[in-house]
Design a protein around this ligand. Structure first.
Ligand SMILES: Nc1ncnc2c1ncn2[C@@H]1O[C@H](COP(=O)(O)OP(=O)(O)OP(=O)(O)O)[C@@H](O)[C@H]1O
Length: 405
């Protein structure tokens, strides 16, 4: 066996393979690194996947095909048209279905021998440990920092290997965080970034093929850990640059000051970071209303709903609406009459704005415009309002003909 703990114990010994299974896995069985013993190990093992999205799709399909005995998947979302470019486990006919139902159907079509457990919940501090406990290892296929830290911390507390992957635009990363055998995610990044500091794929985009590459690397690492073969990515962060078609590797060491796996941990229970990470990308209304034209007149920084913005436009007010999205996004859709300054250009183009005039700022979903509002406020602007939910809310509730992205 390899030089990391054998987390399967003697479970593989009681496994048998039917003639159908022998035929199904024959290309594994004839390799010395797998063989009958290795295939029984895969059958005896259980893996929990967090997310049935971009990374979760190839993970679920390949792990089911490989014959992992039990695969759990956690996801709360439904399939959207914008998922189909990369979440290849879902098809066009699945749009509107729960991702878990669509994923389970595809996995069972690939391999009915596999047990698929579904958890249609948002993973948080109240449910993570309970959901993780029955599984041998966990694979993180999510897209937000709140969940990434939660998965890391739960794996450290339960001493379970965490196979990590992340993707953005043309770049991806993967590693294996095996608690106490190597570094954990917090050894690398002790605390989450500030809200809006790091853009998400929903804001910055992602090449549809990229999660295929990174998800398949994660699946490979999981299978190697179960087989006890090869050199896992423990203590190594693999970086993939699809544009340059380059793989690079960085050494990661255990951090003696790590707040969770170090000798004097300050974190001893799970934390929900949602309030800091702004996972949903929207802010809450300070006036509490969702319709009508009355924004909170007393507070010059009270946010607006799209209905409030529309009502003020319809009333003929001479509004200054600032769109802080990028040029590529403007080509998809825009609200007529807005002024455009992409968020990164805002500091150098401040002179174009009137500090004494009310500025109504919007982006795609409300995250970047919240950041722009904070910045303008710091610069001494008298009144800045964020449009909650951004142009996506506008397309949903005001202009149903507007394309959504
Ligand atoms: N805390 C969580 N609990 C359960 N599922 C989660 C959690 N956080 C993220 N996910 C799921 O992980 C998956 C991440 O995949 P991905 O980023 O490819 O999809 P997406 O969120 O649909 O994409 P986009 O944000 O671009 O619309 C999503 O299906 C999402 O629902």
């Amino acid at each position: 066996m390899a030089n990391w703990p054998d987390f399967l114990g003697n479970r593989p010994e009681s496994m048998t393979l039917s003639n159908h299974e022998v035929a199904r896995y024959s290309r594994h069985l004839i390799m010395p690194e797998v063989g009958m013993d290795g295939q029984k190990r895969l059958k005896a093992s259980s893996i929990l996947l967090i997310g049935a999205g971009g990374l979760g799709a190839p993970l679920a399909m390949y792990l089911a095909a490989a014959g992992i005995g039990r695969i759990g998947i956690v996801d709360f979302d439904v399939v959207d048209y914008s998922n189909l470019q990369r979440q290849v486990i879902h098809g066009t006919a699945d749009v509107g279905k729960r991702k878990l139902d669509s994923a389970k159907e595809s996995m069972q079509a690939i391999n009915p021998e596999v047990q698929v457990d579904t958890y249609p919940v948002r993973l948080d501090r109240t449910n993570a440990l309970e959901i993780f406990k029955p599984y041998d290892l966990v694979i993180d296929g999510t897209d937000n920092f709140a969940t990434r830290y939660l998965v890391n911390d739960a794996c450290v507390l339960l001493k379970k290997p965490n196979v990590y992957g992340s993707i953005f635009r043309f770049d991806g990363q993967a590693s294996v965080f095996y608690p106490f055998q190597g570094p954990c995610y917090r050894c690398l990044y002790p605390q989450p970034p500030e809200p809006g500091e790091v853009p998400s794929c929903a804001e910055g985009g992602v090449l549809g093929i990229l999660p295929g590459v990174i998800g398949v690397i994660q699946a490979t690492e999981a299978v190697k850990l179960i087989l006890g073969k090869g050199e896992p990515l423990i203590g190594r962060l693999l970086h993939y640059d699809a544009l340059g078609m380059k793989f690079r590797e960085f050494k990661v060491r255990r951090n003696p000051k790590c707040p969770i796996c170090g000798p004097n941990p300050s974190i001893t229970e799970l934390i929900d970071y949602d309030q800091f990470c702004g996972v949903r990308g929207e802010t809450t209304p300070s006036s509490g209303t969702t319709s009508g034209s009355g924004s909170d007149a007393g507070d010059p920084f009270a946010d607006l709903t799209v209905e409030q913005l529309k009502a003020r436009m319809d009333a003929g007010e001479n509004l200054f609406v600032l769109d802080v999205r990028n040029p590529e996004e403007l080509a998809i859709c825009r609200i007529a009459g807005t002024t455009v300054i992409p968020l990164p250009q805002l500091p150098e183009r401040l002179y174009e704005l009137d500090k004494d005039r009310e500025i109504i700022v919007h982006c795609k979903s409300g995250m970047r415009s919240a950041k722009a509002k904070g910045f303008l406020r710091e610069q001494g602007f008298r009144s800045v309002r964020n449009v909650m939910g951004g142009i996506l809310a506008w397309a949903d509730r005001i202009d149903p003909n507007m394309p959504k992205y």
